[in-house]
Write a protein that binds this ligand. Structure first.
Ligand code: SF4
Length: 374
């Protein structure tokens, strides 16, 4: 890890499904409105429109997110069946492939994935998001009883065995004990010692939920989060960068002073929804960092270290091999330098590997799905 560089990603997040089997009380994400067929599953072909916007905005990463195992619900399985998918994971693979064909790198944040499913997913997802969230027994039992800590640890381990880099982390401010924070960080440390696949650890400040099922006594203070950053820096190995999301913290510089070297994903969908201009914020941050002798650099969903060490599938190699060659020739490859050609490179490589007729067939069947849904 180059300590003089702070990294971030430009991303576009797509909700695959907001149906969730776990329904943790502290989370506002799920919308289990199955009666109205709402948020059941995103139509694969509909992702393409967002890809065009994303590429225009210089995005490289598409993050597919979903609640925990929506396929536990019969309505979701019926939809998958109607669309011709034999499993939920086949569907996730397909949407990843679609955005890859559009010139972007997919990463996924969909909860538990089994060992066998990981073998499929690893071919098309450049990285995996799997938060530990919290290791506090009291909170887990009371507010998140359906999502076990073990299932999250297992998913990270399966990813490690399959050489998939993982972004993990903690949700800070749920009222968790200091001891449980240490335990969660120790778990992450142990996983990294065993598999070497923890590419960064997010310390995400908890935004109090509006659902009325969970309340926190006090909103997390900045000083508290700074203390957790220091704790994490003491426990985690030095090759694992700590991420505090720049979009969640107004004064990100104080966290960078405390050792944070990644500021997460700046999402164009969120940017548009909130009417913000992230590029302006990032330009200002770059100037501030320069004064401290630090640089700001855009990264891919898979961190450079894992690109150099070949932690990607043969399919993703169509693009990442070229980037690896650049990284090997220079310790300081800036994504901005190869920005213009990057998306075209991905699309061209993908098209080379996938004959035009097959590609057209995939688009035709996706269009059929779209028609059926309407
Ligand atoms: S499993 Fe994830 S998405 Fe589902 S409720 Fe819990 S935190 Fe939210």
């Amino acid at each position: 890890m180059d300590k003089s560089i702070v990294t971030y990603s430009r991303s576009a997040t797509i909700d695959l499904s907001r149906i969730c089997s776990a329904l943790c009380a502290y989370c506002d994400y799920p919308v289990n409105n199955l009666d109205q067929n709402q948020f059941e599953l995103t139509i694969p072909y509909s992702t393409i429109k967002l890809c065009a916007q994303a590429k225009k905005a210089g995005v490289k990463e598409v993050i597919f997110q979903a609640g925990e195992r929506p396929d536990n619900f019969a309505a979701v399985r019926a939809r998958l069946d109607l669309w011709g998918f034999s499993s939920y994971i086949e569907y996730v693979y397909t949407v990843c492939e679609l955005v890859f064909l559009e010139g972007l790198l997919p990463s996924i944040n969909i909860g538990y994935i089994s060992k066998d499913e990981m073998q499929i997913i690893r071919r098309m997802s450049s990285a995996l998001y799997m938060m530990i969230d919290c290791a506090d027994e009291r909170i887990l039992q009371e507010y998140s009883p359906r999502k076990t800590l073990q299932s999250r640890v297992d998913t990270i381990a399966y990813a490690g065995a399959g050489k998939v880099p993982v972004t993990t982390g903690l949700l800070v401010g749920l009222g968790e004990s200091e001891r449980s924070r240490r335990e969660a960080l120790e778990i992450i440390k142990a996983l990294h010692a065993e598999y070497g696949n923890i590419q960064n650890v997010i310390l995400r400040p908890y935004e109090p939920s509006n659902n009325g099922r969970f309340t926190v006594k006090d909103k997390l203070k900045k000083t508290e989060l700074l203390r957790v950053v220091e704790l994490a820096r003491r426990i985690l190995p030095h090759d694992v960068p700590i991420t505090v999301p720049g979009v969640a913290e107004e004064n990100i510089l104080s966290f960078i002073n405390a050792g944070v070297r990644d500021i997460g994903a700046y999402d164009i969908v969120e940017e548009k929804r909130r009417g913000l201009d992230y590029s302006k914020d990032l330009k200002q941050l770059e100037k501030d960092l320069k004064k401290k002798g630090l640089g700001l650099q855009r990264r891919l969903p898979i961190f450079s270290k894992y690109i150099v060490e070949n932690w990607y599938s043969r399919k993703l190699a169509q693009v990442l091999d070229r980037y690896k060659a650049l990284l090997k020739n220079s310790a300081d490859v800036d994504l901005e330098d190869i920005d213009d050609s990057f998306a075209e490179e991905i699309a061209a490589a993908a098209a080379r590997r996938r004959p035009a007729a097959r590609r057209a067939r995939a688009k035709r069947s996706a269009a059929k799905i779209f028609k059926k849904k309407r």
